[in-house]
Design a protein around this ligand. Sequence first.
Ligand code: NCD
Ligand code: ZN
Length: 351
Amino acid sequence: MASGPDSVTIRRPDDWHLHLRDGEMMRAVLPYSARQFARAIVMPNLVPPVATVAAAAAYRERIVAAVPPGTDFTPLMTCYLGDATRPDEVELGWREGVFAAGKLYPAHATTNSAEGASDVRNIYPVLERMQRLGMPLLIHGEVTDPEVDIFDREAVFIERVLTPLLDDFPELKVVLEHVTTKDAVDFIRSGRQPLGATITAHHLVINRNAIFAGGIRPHMYCLPIAKREHHRLALREAATSGDQRFFLGTDSAPHARSAKEMDCGCAGIFTAPCAMEIYAQVFDEESRLDRLEAFASLNGPRFYGLPPNEGEIVLERRAWSPPSEVAAGDDSVLAFAAGETLPWALRSDPS
Ligand code: NCD
Ligand code: ZN
């Protein structure tokens, strides 16, 4: 069988969608992201949410203080947009360089989203201001209507919420985050305004069967939930297509094992320890390693109007096992691909 190159060198990548949490959990998981990514868009869904300039600046300081010495990692903060968000607060944070974007969670769509917008129209004054400023809006694109099948919630969101929203804000820079469906891929490609989408590593390698393989698998449960195989294939095609509108966002979302392995376990997959390795594997399988750098290191900065990173990372074809369990205080987090051997490794890591 023909095989591609044995290594690939790319500019240091960024993660345009990351959950770092806070406290002991943040200190436990942050090194895994910082070893790969130079910057990350940090999600604001703490309890309470990061919804003010002061809260974001303080959270940023706590993250920076936890970056391992000698590692270059810059957190880019987001403002949690809810019914109570004031446009002036958002503008202040943007002008002061604290907020890199605003994050819209439909209320109750996912982990810690209870204080999200109960109706997108409630934040229209904020969106108007963001449109004027050129500040990106990051969207968790799922409807919360319990009548809508969980596997259809992204597609229905596009039709019911996103389409009218983009009609009302034709200049707003929007990222549809962690897309999981062919519907979303097609929509992004439909060529409207400044519209981008992030794609996770796990949605490129699992479909919904993984959640039920031999029994129920809480560590494969995330939101948006993994979909059917043809959707996964559409995501792989989009990620590796070279289209600038698609870029890397892991949505690495650590939860303690005790919060996942229970009768109502949390949504979120912790991919930070093996994200670039999995993206490299996917691009290799699609014979598109030449496009990994665009997806991981160039398209995101272009969308955000930031320069690409200066440094480089090397990924090499070499059997490697990610750390399976990461200790966090009295508990631990199980990483994606725990116990597996992956075909690609980051150069600095021993086998
Ligand atoms: C995220 C989390 O745990 O914070 N969970 C997830 O399944 N992705 C929230 C989110 O991004 O939906
Ligand atoms: Zn997320």
